[in-house]
Design a protein around this ligand. Structure first.
Ligand SMILES: [Zn+2]
Length: 286
C-alpha cells in the first residue's frame, strides 16, 4: 500500500471507535521497528516526525526516501502516513509536503486565535491541493517535546468549532490537560470538553502526550471522540531502559548493529501494548 494522508484512516477509526497510533521516529532503527511491528499486528500507522527530528535524519526528503524504500524492501502493506509533528512555521509544512510528507500538523497554538486560524487556513489550502492532510492544535499541550516547552491551556469549544468549519482541517488536537514528556502527578483530562468538542466539530480528535495516561483514561478519550493518539515518550523510555544496561554489560561490543538494536525490543513492546489499548490491531485492512 502506498503512503496516504491521515484523513481516511481517522474517519474509519471514528466510525469504528478506536484510535490510530502516531509513533514518533528518530532514526533508521526506529522507522524499521515501527514499520515491522505495525505490519505484524496489522494496525494503520501514522509516523510522527518533528521538524528537528527531520533535520536530524537529513531533511524531509531523506525521511520520505527512507520510509518509502523501507516499505518496499520490507513489503509493508498496512496504511502508513508520514506526518510532520508540531510545525510552528507554515513554511516548514510546505517544505515537508513538497518532499512527500502525506500529512502535517501546523501548531500555531502559541499565537492568538485569529493568527492560528489564518496560518492553519494557509496550510490546509496548500496541503489539500497536493493531497496531504492537516492537523491543527487549539489550547496548549503542556510539558516539553523536542526543545519546545509549554504551559497547559484548555482548548475553547467555540474556537474549535470555528477552526474546523473555516479551515477544513482533517484532524483537531484540542489540548485538554495532556502533557508531553513525563507526567508529574496524575493527568487530568477534560473528558467533558472533549466530548463537547467532538460533537460540536464532528472532527476526528487527536490526543497528544499519550504516554503515561492510564489505559482506562485512554479508552475513555476514545469513547469521547479521540481517533489519533500520539506516543513518543513511552518508546524513548523503553528503548533507553534496554540500551543502558546492554552497554554496561557489553563494554567490548563493537558491532554497531548490536548496540543500536539493543533497545529496539522495547519499542516493539510499547507499540503492541499501546495498540491493544487503542483498539487498532487488525484494523489495517478494514
Ligand atoms: Zn504533541
Amino acid at each position: 500500500m502506498a503512503l496516504e494522508p491521515i484523513t481516511e484512516m481517522l474517519q474509519k477509526a471514528k466510525k469504528g471507535h478506536y484510535a490510530v497510533p502516531q509513533f514518533n521516529v528518530w532514526n533508521l532503527e526506529w522507522i524499521k521497528t515501527v514499520l515491522s511491528t505495525c505490519e505484524e499486528i496489522q494496525t494503520p500507522l501514522i509516523l510522527g516526525v518533528s521538524v528537528n527530528g527531520s533535520a536530524y535524519m537529513g531533511g524531509y526528503k531523506n525521511v520520505v526516501s527512507m520510509v518509502k524504500n523501507l516499505m518496499e524492501s520490507m513489503e509493508i502493506a498496512i496504511p502508513v502516513a508520514i506526518h510532520l509533528d508540531h510545525a510552528t512555521k507554515v513554511e516548514d509544512c510546505f517544505k515537508a509536503i513538497d518532499a512527500g510528507f502525506t500529512s502535517v500538523m501546523i501548531d500555531a497554538s502559541k499565537e492568538v486565535f485569529e493568527i492560528n486560524l489564518e496560518k492553519t487556513k494557509k496550510v490546509v489550502q496548500y496541503a489539500h491541493e497536493k493531497g496531504a492532510s492537516v492537523e491543527s492544535e487549539l489550547g496548549r499541550v503542556g510539558g516539553q517535546e523536542d526543545f519546545i516547552v509549554a504551559e497547559s491551556a484548555y482548548a475553547i469549544p467555540e474556537e474549535c468549532a470555528q477552526m474546523v468549519k473555516e479551515t477544513g482541517i482533517d484532524a483537531l488536537a484540542p489540548a485538554l490537560g495532556s502533557v508531553h514528556g513525563i507526567y508529574h502527578g496524575e493527568p487530568k483530562l477534560g473528558f467533558k470538553q472533549m466530548k463537547e468538542i467532538a460533537e460540536l466539530t464532528n472532527a476526528p480528535l487527536v490526543l497528544h502526550g499519550g504516554s503515561g495516561i492510564p489505559d482506562e483514561e485512554l479508552k475513555k478519550a476514545i469513547a469521547c471522540g479521540t481517533c489519533k493518539i500520539n506516543v513518543n515518550t513511552d518508546c524513548l523510555i523503553a528503548f533507553g531502559n534496554l540500551m543502558r544496561p546492554y552497554l554496561i554489560e557489553h563494554p567490548n561490543e563493537l558491532d554497531i548493529r548490536k548496540i543500536m538494536n539493543s533497545g529496539v525490543p522495547g519499542i516493539a513492546k510499547v507499540i503492541k501494548d499501546r495498540c491493544m489499548v487503542f483498539g487498532s490491531i487488525g484494523k489495517a485492512k478494514e
